[in-house]
Design a protein around this ligand. Structure first.
Ligand code: GDP
Ligand code: IMO
Ligand code: MG
Length: 420
């Protein structure tokens, strides 16, 4: 049986914390897409750690962590992260498994990401510059190198062949930065990777499922960054929605049970692209400050705004969301009045659907206003103790989406999670 946990907005919904919280109920935590563009923040014994490549179940001794075939993997980041978790007394070699079909991010992919973004000028995606787009392009273009290739004695030759191809592309961009240091690090990390547990991911996971083990598939990014269903072209290069679990791990759709969608009680976005409920005023500034909304991967300030139910409804639809975890509700504690976007005004008409080209239309969000609760909720443990104004706010969201908020996260720490 497989449950899925993924982001319903533009990423950074707090997935890492929630996976870490739910992990003891599962045998395996598996990443199925994305790469080191992800930044999943966890608090372990009160200490903060950000994971980019390793699944967020790594701090639980009896949990297997699988990097699935749908992921693009940066060996250098993985190696550094391995050392980071080791400092917490965790032996990554024990519980970490990598699919042999996982594509590798090469130093030239990072260079190509940078060159491509530079060439776009004002129209840049705002990529994390981790090489994600070029690595996925080489996968679908049938050129890329995979983790299984590391075990081949011709790996370096294969790399050099691909590098030559990339060099021609880089030349066409006029990119001439020296990447020899990246390459040095890369080959060191490749050596390290050879000591990890490289497995046939699809047999590995299906055998576990057949023997009754429970899997939680951990999404990266968010549904509105999905390459097909997000705000294209301002998206990432993978299928971030639940369907990505089937192709990203090799599990059949019938194996999937719950789809747990994570949403902030408001909304953020980092990088370029449309964001209908973005606040450019003091309120947006306050959300950023109180919510500490700065990218976990790049440190960039996150754009902030009110919760967008039109976009969330769309995300629930394409994912088949069965439960919602609402995070960062505590950030709203000090706001007198809250707004919830219930429709988009486009050309004088009220729409409740996400248009084809969100970036090409002018949207006037229609808001329903709610009273804030103006009380510190971050130490509350029981649903019954929540202020009535918060319950009203959440009830409205439940009704609008037709999916229940089953958990409310009221702080970054592991134990700050209320079951509804
Ligand atoms: P992810 O990419 O979805 O895992 O989310 P990030 O880790 O990038 O960003 C979420 C941020 O919010 C991190 O700094 C978390 O520590 C923090 N966080 C998670 N849940 C809560 C919450 O309920 N309340 C508050 N105040 N912070 C939270
Ligand atoms: P987590 O898993 C928020 C955004 C980037 C950029 C766009 C494309 O932490 O939620 P890419 O590097 O994929 O080419 O960037 O997607 N982006 C994220 N935003 N959270 C993430 O991951 C993101 N991963 C990518 O900012 O706008
Ligand atoms: Mg993040």
């Amino acid at each position: 049986m497989v449950d899925v946990l993924l982001g319903l907005q533009w990423g950074d919904e707090g997935k890492g914390k929630i996976v870490d919280f739910f992990a003891p109920a599962y045998d395996i935590i598996a990443r199925f897409q994305g790469g080191p563009n992800a930044g999943h923040t966890l608090y372990v014994n009160g200490e903060k750690i950000v994971l980019h490549q390793i699944p967020s179940g790594i701090f639980h001794e009896n949990t297997i962590n699988l990097i699935g075939n749908g992921v693009v993997l940066d060996a250098v980041t993985l190696r550094k992260e391995y050392d980071k978790v080791a400092a917490f007394g965790v032996d990554g070699r024990k519980n970490l498994f990598v699919s042999e079909r996982t594509h590798l991010i090469l130093p030239t992919h990072r260079a190509l990401d940078k060159a491509s973004e530079l060439s776009k000028g004002n129209e840049k995606i705002g990529s994390t510059l981790k090489g994600i787009g070029p690595a996925y392009m080489d996968k679908t273009g049938r050129n890329g190198l995979r983790v299984g290739d590391l075990l081949d004695k011709n790996f370096t030759t294969q790399y050099i062949k691909l590098r030559l191809k990339h060099q021609r592309l880089l030349d066409s961009f006029g990119f001439n930065e020296d990447i020899s240091e990246w390459e040095e690090e890369f080959f060191e990390a490749i050596e390290f990777m050879r000591s990890l547990k490289i497995v046939n991911g699809e047999y590995f996971i299906n055998e576990k499922i057949a023997s009754g083990k429970k899997v939680l598939a951990e999404g990266a990014q968010g549904s509105m960054l999905d390459v097909d269903f997000g705000t294209f072209p301002f998206v990432t290069s993978s299928n971030t929605i639940s369907a990505g679990v089937c192709t990203g791990l090799g599990v059949a759709p019938q194996k999937i049970k719950d789809v747990i969608g994570v949403s902030k009680a408001y909304c953020t976005r980092v990088g370029s692209g449309p964001f209908p409920t973005e606040l450019h005023d003091e309120t947006g500034e306050r959300l950023r400050k109180i919510g500490n909304e700065f990218g976990a991967t790049t440190g960039r300030p996150r754009r902030c705004g009110w919760i967008d139910l039109v976009a969330l409804n769309f995300a629930c639809m394409v994912n088949g969301v069965t439960k919602i975890v609402m995070t960062k509700s505590d950030v709203l504690d000090a706001f007198e009045e809250l707004s919830v976007c219930t429709s988009y005004g486009i050309d004088g008409k009220e729409e409740k659907t996400v248009p084809y080209q969100l970036s090409k239309v002018t949207i006037q969000p229609t808001y329903k206003k709610f009273n804030g609760w103006m009380t510190d909720t971050s130490r509350l443990k029981q649903h019954a103790d929540l202020p009535q104004a918060m319950k009203t706010y959440i009830d409205f969201i439940n009704q609008y989406l037709g999916v229940q908020v089953t958990h409310i996260s009221n702080g970054p720490e592991r134990d700050q999670l209320i079951t509804v």
